[in-house]
Design a binder for this molecule. Structure first.
Ligand code: DP6
Length: 350
């Protein structure tokens, strides 16, 4: 008789402070990265697995916001193919995946991190039910490893707070296969950060991150970048532990601009920043210099600007964002987010 298993998880989006840019086969990162998981921006996914007689590849139905979305299937099938060797039970089921984001799909906010993290958490949860186990200590690590096979940055989205993926010598227990939380002795001032995401350009990106990673193969600055990233990660953790806010913003912004410099020096080269990206950056730097507001920025592989500041400066920075940065956003839209607690099982949906 056919059996049905269900799991529902929400997983956060994350913003990298030290960027993962460049990878080796098997989704192995060229350098270690460090990110902050967000609170408001997340993906909610429910997976129903119905047992069926053995087949080579599971039948998959994918729904996005309640409607079937066959255009997303190829990426999901590629992910299932990558995890199949270690999740053989998938060949005995039909999967119905239902997913939705808390942020607009076309906002330019990377959804693959939260999407693959939520999916990996659901499948790892169902695997435990299938095997009759209760959630074990390695649950999140296993989910992180699997999420990585869907999208590298997704490995970091199975935790809250700050997360490291890759193997920097300064982080004990870190790995290229999965991310680990980075939470030791962070100074209070930098332990609780906000991220106001300025939606500068909400269209589809002209070059995907996956294509951008590919352009790091044979990139003239690749080797120097990987050395610099390792050094920046070390420096950033020192600044986060000591509470050196100025040094923290220095590294944060160098990483963001360095990422875009790599794109601008790729073959073919490309530019994802828009004029208003630069205008926002200039205003943020100016206000930090002239009014000593503790505010800085980082960028994703897109035109949006992530305005980063400590919770203690919330009132003054929010006022500045509203007065001077809001008008630079498409339709004056921006998302107020902050560091989040991490994934949650959505038991009520089961
Ligand atoms: C600039 O994780 O989206 O956001 O592994 O090919 O899915 P794939 O790429 P992805 O790359 C993220 C790049 C980045 C930096 C970061 O998040 O570390």
């Amino acid at each position: 008789m056919s059996k049905t298993y269900r799991a529902a998880w929400s997983a956060p989006s994350n913003i990298a402070f030290i960027k993962y840019w460049g990878k080796y086969p098997g989704q192995i990162p060229a350098n270690a990265s460090l990110s902050m998981s967000l609170d408001a921006c997340s993906t909610h996914t429910e997976v129903v697995a119905e047992t069926i007689p053995f087949c080579d590849f599971p039948e998959i139905v994918f729904k996005f916001e309640g409607k079937e979305k066959p255009s997303f299937l190829p990426k999901i099938e590629q992910f299932i193919r990558a995890i199949l060797p270690e999740m053989k039970w998938l060949t005995e089921c039909r999967l119905i995946i239902d997913s939705r984001n808390t942020f607009p799909h076309s906002s330019g906010i990377a959804s693959s991190a939260s999407a693959f993290a939520a999916l990996a958490l659901c499948l790892t949860d169902i695997e435990q039910q299938w095997q009759g186990n209760s959630q074990n200590a390695g649950f999140f690590r296993t989910a992180s490893h699997r999420a990585r096979l869907g999208s590298g940055s997704a490995a970091r989205s199975v935790y809250g707070g700050y997360t490291v993926w890759g193997k920097p010598p300064v982080i004990a227990g870190s790995s290229q296969q999965f991310a680990v939380p980075f939470d030791d002795e962070i100074n209070n001032e930098l332990a609780d950060l906000h991220d106001d995401v300025l939606l500068i350009d909400v269209g589809e990106k002209s070059v995907s991150s996956t294509a951008g990673h590919g352009l790091m193969n044979g990139h003239p600055y690749a080797e120097a970048r990987f050395i610099r990233a390792a050094d920046n990660l070390h420096q950033l953790t020192v600044a986060m532990r000591s509470g050196d806010v100025e040094h923290f913003f220095d590294i944060l912004e160098e990483e963001a601009l360095g990422l875009h410099a790599l794109m601008m020096a790729s073959q073919p080269n490309y530019i994802l920043m828009r004029p208003n990206t630069l205008a926002a950056i200039e205003r943020i730097r100016q206000v930090r210099r002239s009014e000593h507001l503790p505010v800085g920025f980082t960028l994703d592989a897109g035109a949006n600007v992530h305005v980063i500041y400590p919770h203690t400066a919330e009132q003054s920075v929010s006022k500045f964002v509203k007065a001077e940065l809001k008008s630079l956003c498409a339709n004056e839209l921006y998302i107020c987010d902050r560091i989040g607690q991490g994934p949650k099982p959505n038991r009520h949906e089961q």
